[in-house]
Write a protein that binds this ligand. Sequence first.
Ligand code: MG
Length: 164
Amino acid sequence: MTRVGIGYDVHALVAGRKLVLGGVEIPHSTGLDGHSDADALMHAICDAVLGALGEADIGTFFPNTDPRWRGVPSKIFLQEAARQVASRSGRIINIDATVMAQQPKIAPHIAAMKERIAAALQIDARCVGIKATTNEGLGFIGREEGIAAMAVAGVELPDLYGQS
Ligand code: MG
């Protein structure tokens, strides 16, 4: 059976932090604040994959109170989500995501992001869609106070529950 999941994440932009999105470090005057590397795009994708399994969110697997996850690259979260799929004999069909950022320009980095995300999930990069939009200057995203990301994931699972 085919399952879908949705994920959303947001992190604040602050001075003195690296900006990492989709596993790519993007030169910018501010970066995303958080316990890990605060990669909002990878976090949203992680929640989408876990959601397709009916699982809880990334924080359940990697509590932000646990010092082991301080500053870690978020690809380890995606690797865990992929493990959860594999442990159910499932397969990630595709990922689609949108980054909402007023600045900086995301488009030049999308190809590299697709490669990093696909590598972490062990799927083909052509199965990963990433788009980016500004927020037309509106709200906290428009004021460059934070960056948000949303994602959906398609996951093929064996017919575990008698559905077809
Ligand atoms: Mg997050």
